[in-house]
Structures are given as C-alpha cells and as structure tokens.
Design a protein around this ligand. Structure first.
Ligand code: HEM
Length: 194
C-alpha cells in the first residue's frame, strides 16, 4: 500500500539524486551527505519532541553516522555546526504521521545497501571514510526493516491508513524539495508539486 502510493516519488528522487550517476565525485557526495544531515537533524528533533522521554529506539538513530561521515569527508565541528537545517518538515502530531515519516526514512536504508556498493566502487569510500550512513544498520538492515513493517502492520486500520500515506508522501516531498534547495539534485518536476 505505502510502496505503491509513494512509488512515483521514490522514482523521482532516485532519478534526481546523483548518487548513482557515473559523474559522481567526492565533492558532490559530501554535499549530499551534508544535505541529508540538514534534513535528519531537525526531523529527529521533531520526532524526539513528539515521542517525549522514551524517544526513538536508539538502534534507529542515524545522526551519529552522518556526523562520522561528515568528519571523514573533511568537515570540522564549526563547519558542521554551520550547515543549514531544513525548516519545512512534514507535520507530526499523530502516531500515523510518525509511521509515515519513519516508512520513508527507514526504507531509505534498503536503497542504502545498493548505494554503499556503488560508492565503494566509484569513490573508494567505505564506512570509515564517509560511507557509514548508507550502511547505517549494517547487517541489521533486514531485521530492523522487518520489525518496522510489523509495527506498520500492527497499526493497520482503515481510519488511520490515509494519514500514514499522506505523511509518507509529505516526507518524500519535503525531502526532495530540501535536497533541491540545497542544490544537490538534477533538474526534475516533482519538487514543484509540494
Ligand atoms: C539513488 C537513490 C536510491 C536508490 C538507488 C534506491 C533504491 C532502493 C531499493 C533497491 C529499494 C529496495 C526495494 C526492494 O527491496 O524491493 C528501495 C526501497 C525503498 N527506498 Fe529507496 N533508493 C534510493 C533513494 C531513496 C531515498 C532518498 C529514500 C527516502 C528518503 C528512499 C526510500 C525508500 C523506501 C521507503 C523504500 C521501501 C519500499 C518498500 O518496499 O516499501 N529511497 N530503494
């Protein structure tokens, strides 16, 4: 259901993100990781604010991997602190929204498995030289994805499903628009639809 509802948005991002493009270089890769950081940091804050003291399962935290990559790619603390952060985030005031947002960010770890191999081949970047985020869950990727799908299935209810889908679409749209503003995407049409 979610996969079909977001397929066009996924395709658009996949086509526009230069991660798989033959002309990808280390500089562009570093700019993409910096833009990812600028989206994940405020989104994580929003999720923390919504969830309260218990917060997100620590296993699913991704900011440490992004920080490690940015440092490995040559940014110092001051440069990282100065990175722009996205202000146009998907709304989050219901469990259904959280699941829609999580679907997009967790699903990206599946694509990461493909991308980390490409980055290793093309740029010789591995987990210690800037590629930790693309393999953030490592060999736990499958287990964590299945556990998330179970959470989704447990929540499944006709009353909430539309909200989950809307939140997932909104997350894709916000992320694409942010990456576009950050100047790391190839030209496309989807961003205009936000
Ligand atoms: C060049 C970039 C990307 C490539 C090559 C890529 C590729 C893939 C691949 C191979 C899968 C697994 C499909 C399967 O196992 O059946 C996947 C799933 C997924 N990706 Fe991507 N992806 C990319 C970018 C992204 C981004 C940036 C996001 C979101 C921020 C994203 C979100 C998802 C989601 C939500 C799924 C799960 C789909 C499902 O099975 O329900 N992907 N991607």
């Amino acid at each position: 259901m979610l996969r079909a509802a977001t397929a066009t948005r996924h395709k658009s991002l996949e086509a526009r993100l230069p991660l798989t493009h033959p002309d990808l270089d280390q500089h562009t890769y570093a700019r993409i990781i910096a833009a990812y950081y600028g989206f994940h940091v405020p989104l994580q804050r929003r999720i923390d604010a919504f969830l309260g003291p218990h917060g997100l399962d620590p296993e699913r935290h991704k900011i440490p991997a992004l920080l490690k990559d940015l440092q490995a790619l040559g940014l110092n603390h001051a440069q990282i602190d100065a990175l722009p952060l996205c202000e146009e985030l998907p709304g989050l005031d219901a469990q259904a929204h959280l699941l829609g947002i999580m679907y997009v960010m967790e699903g990206a770890t599946l694509g990461g498995q493909v991308l980390r191999r490409i980055i290793a081949q093309r740029l010789s970047i591995d987990a210690d030289t800037g590629g930790e985020f693309l393999d953030v869950y490592g060999r736990d990727t499958g287990r964590l994805w299945k556990a998330f799908l179970k959470q989704l299935a447990d929540f499944d209810h006709p009353e909430h499903n539309a909200q989950v889908i809307d939140a997932a679409c909104m997350t894709f749209a916000c992320f694409e628009a942010w990456l576009d503003r950050a100047g790391v995407l190839k030209p496309g049409q989807m961003a205009a639809s936000l």
